[in-house]
Write a protein that binds this ligand. Structure first.
Ligand code: ZN
Length: 345
């Protein structure tokens, strides 16, 4: 089968399309014929590598995908060859205490397809059947792939970990990016009062307003932390979604109301930074981190997508063989929404 892989960590020039043997499935697994996959910044970090990341090489990239079941293991119930499915990108063992208590995103053997395990940029992938969700006919494979990682992540962060309630004010730092565009929609659906979005690009800010943002702030024009503080009568907001990190954290903490929560699922501008701890205790703040979400959240948020209440944003689609060009665009281009690989094209 064709697979987009790298044989050693490094830059984009390490990416190649290889011919690999079909994966062999276990009793509780299915073989999925991948129809669409979606790119994530995670792909670039995995390609670059980090000391603790030990991969079996060549490594197949891709954390998001959807397709058709090609083969089922002997113990798989509820799915059969030919079924259209979406896939929760989080691997869990199904056996540890975390899995037993519905917190499979905290599994002792937690992994993400495409990060620690072979990913979706291939004709086929093997997956535990418990990761699958039946995909209704009216939802495309591209939409399912585009939605999976970012919507389960944003849903779990805002609704479950962050406890967003109707009537609260929310600030989202960053207007583009999959998690942020998901977070805007989820905050709207959950009944947030005023949604503020900070960005640097007029087109992305316009898109943020279309998705449900009430107030957009161009950070190249004004001090956004001060602008939010002013707009809230010097009270600040209840929740800040900050997945930027080093460049924005201190401003995000400043923009929070007393008792506010800063939610984080990542750090695109770098993971290590300083902040003024007096803000933390003086304003009774909480920082709430999470990564991905359990299968129950995945089913909940994908159900809302299937009902048309939440919408994955797709920027462009490429054939599988053009994965290197798509990854290049993800790194260097101005992307508004998800980039898709159409695997059977
Ligand atoms: Zn487990």
């Amino acid at each position: 089968m064709r697979a987009v892989v790298f044989y050693e960590h490094g830059d984009l020039d390490r990416i190649t399309v290889a011919d690999l043997p079909l994966p062999e499935i276990g009793p509780d697994e299915v073989l999925l014929s991948v129809k669409a996959a979606a790119l994530n910044r995670l792909d670039l970090w995995v390609l670059a590598g980090w000391p603790a990341l030990k991969l079996q090489l060549p490594h197949i990239l891709g954390s998001d995908g959807a397709g058709v079941v090609a083969q089922v293991g002997s113990q798989v119930m509820g799915f059969q060859a030919g079924d259209r499915v979406a896939v929760n990108p989080t691997y869990s063992c199904g056996q540890c205490d975390f899995c037993g208590s519905g917190r499979d995103h905290m599994c002792d053997r937690f992994a993400i397809f495409g990060e620690h395990l072979p990913g979706f940029y291939a004709d086929y992938i093997k997956l535990p059947a418990r990761n699958l969700l039946p995909l209704p006919d009216h939802v495309s494979f591209a939409e399912a792939a585009a939605a999976s990682l970012v919507f389960v992540t944003a849903w779990h962060s805002l609704i479950i970990a962050g406890g967003l309630r109707a009537g609260e004010d929310v600030l989202i730092v960053g207007a583009g990016g999959g998690v942020n565009t998901a977070a805007i929609q989820i905050a709207r659906l959950a009944g947030a009062r005023t949604i503020y979005v900070v960005g640097s690009n007029a087109a992305k800010l316009a898109q943020a307003r279309e998705l449900g943002a009430d107030v957009t702030i161009d950070r190249t024009q004004e001090d956004w932390s001060r602008a939010v503080f002013k707009a809230t009568n010097r009270q600040g907001v209840d929740i800040v979604v900050d997945n930027v990190g080093a460049a924005t954290y201190h401003l995000s903490l400043r923009a929070l109301k007393k008792g506010g929560r800063l939610l984080t699922v990542g750090n695109t501008s770098g993971p290590k930074f300083e902040f003024d701890n007096r803000l933390m205790f003086g304003k009774h703040l909480r920082i709430i981190g999470s990564t991905m979400g359990p299968q129950s959240d995945y089913e909940r948020v994908m159900g809302l997508i299937f009902q048309g209440k939440l919408h994955p944003i797709i920027d462009a689609a490429y054939p599988l063989a053009e994965a290197p060009a798509a990854l290049h665009r993800l790194r260097h281009g101005d992307v508004a929404g998800k980039l898709i690989l159409e695997v059977d094209r």
